[in-house]
Design a protein around this ligand. Structure first.
Ligand code: ADP
Ligand code: MG
Length: 238
């Protein structure tokens, strides 16, 4: 559960086509990283998959079902953004529980799911704290907790670590990989950071100017880049 297909998907803003016709298959449980320079269309791609942005033409399928006309909440997808807003007056527990409260989940289910998310994210000891009493990394984990608590099949990240310092970023990269190992859901992760792409991805999608330049494993892209652009971006000077 959690495979995804883009079929001839395009996106235009006015008469500017920012995503050219794009085909892409993402398998169940894959950790896919979209990488490319600023403005190449990474966020637009994620937002279309999440249903936050309408596609101009083509089809998006999740588990073989066309989702073009489904609103975000019906897509079994959760998204974590670069700038995440926690509710400062609510405890960590209530911040994580929020999406379940909106969905009117019964109390027993809320409790069980929040505790499970907190365990996975090592936040069990912090559930009674307010966000103001947490470190940057812990706050980011609460934001991730809020996204995983509904147990989505597909998990989208848009540069979730870019506001953290280098040491925390490195730590969170490891944590996210661990999380993926435990949840085994499909993760699509957007970054402009080549190191993140190379260290985290099962599959990397290199984007440039609204076009997928190459798709492959980190090793494939490193050893057989299709263009100078990919070679340069992935960091192999040859
Ligand atoms: P990235 O996330 O890779 O930096 P984006 O997906 O944010 O790139 O943007 C891709 C292109 O689409 C850019 O040229 C950007 O200016 C344009 N764009 C994004 N959102 C909008 C919008 N709401 N209206 C008009 N143009 C947009
Ligand atoms: Mg972006």
């Amino acid at each position: 559960m959690g495979h995804l297909d883009l079929k001839a998907v395009t996106k235009s803003f006015g008469d500017m086509e920012v995503i050219r016709p794009t085909d892409l298959h993402i398998a169940d449980g894959e950790f896919v990283v979209f990488v490319g320079p600023s403005g190449c269309g990474k966020s637009t791609m994620l937002r279309m998959i999440a249903g936050l942005e309408e596609i101009t033409s083509g089809k998006i399928e999740i588990d073989g079902r066309v989702v073009n006309n489904l609103p975000p909440v019906k897509r079994a997808i959760s998204m974590v953004f670069q700038s995440y807003a926690l509710y400062p007056h609510m405890s960590v527990y209530e911040n994580i529980a929020f999406p379940l409260r909106v969905a009117k989940a019964p109390e027993a289910e809320v409790k069980q799911k929040v505790q499970r998310a907190a365990e996975v994210l090592k936040l069990t000891e912090r559930l009674d704290h307010k966000p103001g009493a947490l470190s940057g990394g812990q706050r980011q984990r609460v934001a991730i907790g809020r996204a995983i608590v509904r147990e989505p099949k597909v998990f989208l990240f848009d540069e979730p670590l870019s506001n953290l310092d280098a040491a925390l970023r490195a730590e969170m990269r490891v944590e996210l990989k661990r999380l993926h190992g435990q949840l085994k859901n499909t993760m699509i992760y957007v970054t402009h950071d080549q190191i993140e792409a190379m260290t985290m991805a099962d599959k990397i999608v290199v984007l440039q100017g609204g076009v997928i330049e190459q798709v492959g494993s980190p090793l494939e892209l490193y050893h057989k880049p299709i263009s100078r652009f990919v070679a340069g971006f992935i960091g192999n000077p040859n």
